[in-house]
Design a protein around this ligand. Structure first.
Ligand code: CP
Length: 303
């Protein structure tokens, strides 16, 4: 049963553990054995209103590998948005030109608004501080791949937990898998109350700290995030970003893997790239297979 067929993908809240397992299974099949013609008659539109490297290019690469065709908005200033056209009107029009819309927008809630006005499925590629569900599915695929399971792991999140949509979406997903959590953030970048409420509701164990050394010895996964200054409100005062270093990793378990949605800044020094803990470039590469799985499950009604 393919529950994703012809549906929008806006929030991880809408996916069951079975849906997640099915997406990971399909991505695993596509990683093991390429399939070329799944979307030969489909057109996918990239509607990105905010910068992106990985999400946009890995979706484009995934679509091209499945033989779909791609439309892109390109420079927003060269479109009718520059004349003041609303998102609602633009989405109504663009959804008549493509079979699926990929939306990234700096404002939370705009992917849902796009879905409300679209004739075709909309995939949220990041909306402000809200959600980034396709990144989360890549994160889950990568965790399954490097740990052999999604269940009963200790996952430590560190960095800017206040403004990170990838953290918000991944907590929603992992809280369904009996995860125990640690959250490491300096003052001003701490985890929002809405995430803590969800963990309490789901009976997940969690620890809050400002010292990353406290969590390294028990972590199976450390999920680093950069300081997201482009999402700071005018009154945000952040007291530095939590940073990893080689000395801290001397306390790590052998199976520890470090993930990062990228791009990185100073929180994840390049010297860590050569350690067996680094998994973030494999994670970025997995974007191709997971996004192929998402596109083909939404656009094809196969069992
Ligand atoms: N991880 C991620 O969303 O990267 P981009 O902003 O480069 O798309």
């Amino acid at each position: 049963m393919n529950n994703l067929y012809n549906r929008h993908l806006i929030s991880m809240s809408a996916l069951t553990t079975t849906d997640i397992t099915n997406i990971i299974k399909r991505a695993t099949e596509l990683k093991q054995q390429a399939e070329y013609n799944l979307l030969a008659n489909k057109i996918i539109a990239c509607c990105f209103f905010e910068p992106s490297t990985r999400t946009r290019l890995s979706f484009e690469s995934a679509a091209l590998r499945l033989n779909a065709k791609i439309l892109g908005l390109g420079d927003i200033n060269a479109t009718s948005f520059a004349k003041g056209e609303t998102l609602e009107d633009s989405i109504r029009v663009m959804s008549a030109y493509a079979d699926l819309l990929l939306i990234r927008h700096p404002q939370a809630g705009m992917a849902q608004l796009a879905a409300d006005y679209s004739e075709v499925p909309v995939v949220n590629c990041g909306d402000g501080t809200n959600e980034h569900p396709t990144q989360t599915l890549i994160d889950l695929f990568s965790i399954q791949e490097c740990q052999g399971t999604l269940n009963n792991l200790h996952v430590a999140f560190a960095g800017d937990l206040k403004h990170s949509r990838t953290v918000n979406s991944l907590i929603k997903a992992l809280s369904q898998f009996n995860t125990s959590f640690s959250f490491v953030a300096s003052e001003g970048l701490q985890l929002p109350e809405k995430n803590i409420s969800l963990l309490k509701q789901n009976n997940n164990s969690y620890k809050l700290t400002n010292n990353i050394a406290d969590v390294i010895p028990e972590a199976d996964i450390i999920y680093m995030t950069r300081e997201q200054k482009e999402r700071f409100a005018d009154n945000t005062i952040a007291n530095g970003i939590t940073t990893l270093n080689l000395k801290l990793l001397q306390q790590a378990k052998q199976n520890l893997k470090i993930l990062h949605p990228l791009p990185r800044l100073t929180e994840l020094p390049t010297v860590i790239d050569d350690t067996p803990y680094a998994y973030y470039f494999q994670q970025a590469k997995n974007g191709i297979f997971v996004r192929q799985a998402i596109l083909s499950l939404i656009l094809q009604n196969r069992a």
